[in-house]
Design a protein around this ligand. Structure first.
Ligand SMILES: NC(=O)c1ccc[n+]([C@@H]2O[C@H](COP(=O)([O-])OP(=O)(O)OC[C@H]3O[C@@H](n4cnc5c(N)ncnc54)[C@H](OP(=O)(O)O)[C@@H]3O)[C@@H](O)[C@H]2O)c1
Length: 335
């Protein structure tokens, strides 16, 4: 039986994404299962993988990108006793999820409770785990505290707001004007960073934690908003990935250096991959907690568009134009 994938033919713009037909389904090896994928994402990180600028990338084209996925177990490989055919599962694949069928190690999969919408469930795997771990594992925020969210109208930004609201945080966030209605509706005070100086609006020494993935210039100014005892969490280099300069290794070291200087504040870099590697149980625990929140109706990911996997190139274009409020989910197969 043949199946469809979207592959990166060579590193480059959205046009390098191509729909291909593979002639034979992949076979699960020992300790693996095969999954019929239902949903994956078009996230900013996927565009970095496509351009070949993602730091943790081992593959060379051609290969399918796709950082996260939700799907149904379709075939069990030898020695797998923990999963059964028909069970819904999720994984942070980093690459490979732009496909109708994928084989994954059984122990990397997290069960998805019955009855969840696959598009909402997949939204939790990268963006919400990132937001959840930054809030609760890294910054360890407390109810009543104030946080600053840069890029508040994006996939991670809206996840930070939803989870921050659940934890009774006061929130202020930067976003372009078109995203203000969404940001405000989720419970965060928006700042139009393109027309106002966010540091003037927020003020120096006013927030307990700041979350920023823009660039070094932004990091410096976000850091100034922290109260004594506050925590700065950098988690990406958006402008660098968009070809707007900056040195990722140097900027990473600067963030680390601020943590040891005698300034009364802490500063760290969060990476979902590094945290999963160091604490694999946390990833499973935190994603399971998020699935529970979704099942209880306590969170509802802001999905602006649901597109077909075959429309991945168009979806990547929209993400890189920052034209997406919240996120785009790619539906796979007959979803
Ligand atoms: N470290 C990790 O483990 C991890 C995990 C997930 C994502 N990330 C990184 O986090 C970043 C965000 O990811 P995402 O999926 O949320 O991307 P996204 O959905 O594209 O959101 C990014 C948002 O930033 C806004 N933005 C752009 N320039 C800005 C600026 N100068 N100031 C404030 N906002 C600005 C954009 O919209 P407007 O300009 O229209 O407001 C956009 O809404 C990316 O760099 C990604 O690689 C890191």
């Amino acid at each position: 039986m043949s199946y469809k994938q979207v592959i990166i033919t060579e590193f480059g713009g959205p046009e390098v994404l191509e729909v291909v037909h593979e002639p034979i389904l992949p076979e699960p090896q020992a300790n693996e299962v095969r999954i019929k994928v239902q949903a994956t994402s078009a996230c900013f990180t996927d565009t970095m993988v496509r351009k070949g600028v993602y730091y943790d990338l081992k593959e060379k084209p051609p290969f399918p990108p796709g950082y996260d996925m939700v799907g149904v177990v379709d075939k069990i490989g030898p020695h797998v006793a923990t999963l059964k055919v028909g069970q819904t599962v999720a994984d942070l694949t980093v690459s490979g999820a732009y496909t109708e069928y994928i084989c994954r190690a059984a122990d990397s999969l997290v069960p998805v409770p019955d009855g969840l919408d696959p598009a909402e469930a997949v939204s939790l795997v990268l963006s919400y785990v990132t937001a959840y771990q930054m809030l609760h594992r890294t910054a360890k925020v407390q109810p009543g505290q104030t946080i600053l969210i840069q890029g508040a109208g994006g996939a991670v930004g809206t996840a930070l707001i939803e989870l921050g609201a659940l934890h009774e945080l006061e929130m202020i966030g930067t976003a372009s004007k078109s995203k203000h209605e969404l940001v405000e509706s989720l419970g965060c005070l928006p700042i139009d960073y393109q027309n106002e100086d966010f540091l003037d609006r927020v003020g120096q020494g006013t927030v307990d934690a700041a979350f920023d993935a823009v660039d070094m210039d932004n990091f410096k100014r976000s850091f100034k908003t922290l109260k004594k005892g506050g925590t700065f969490v950098a988690y990406g280099f958006y402008n660098n990935a968009m070809g707007k300069g900056g040195s990722v290794p140097l900027d990473y070291l600067r963030v680390k250096l601020w943590d040891v200087l005698p300034n009364g504040r802490s500063s760290t870099f969060y990476s979902i991959g590094a945290m999963r590697k160091k604490y694999p149980d946390w990833f499973r625990e935190d994603l399971t907690a998020l699935f529970d929140l979704l099942a209880q109706g306590k969170i509802k990911p802001a999905i602006e568009r649901r597109m077909k996997l075959e429309e991945a190139a168009e979806a990547h274009k929209l993400v890189e134009q920052a034209a997406v409020k919240g996120r785009i989910v790619l539906l796979v197969g007959d979803q």
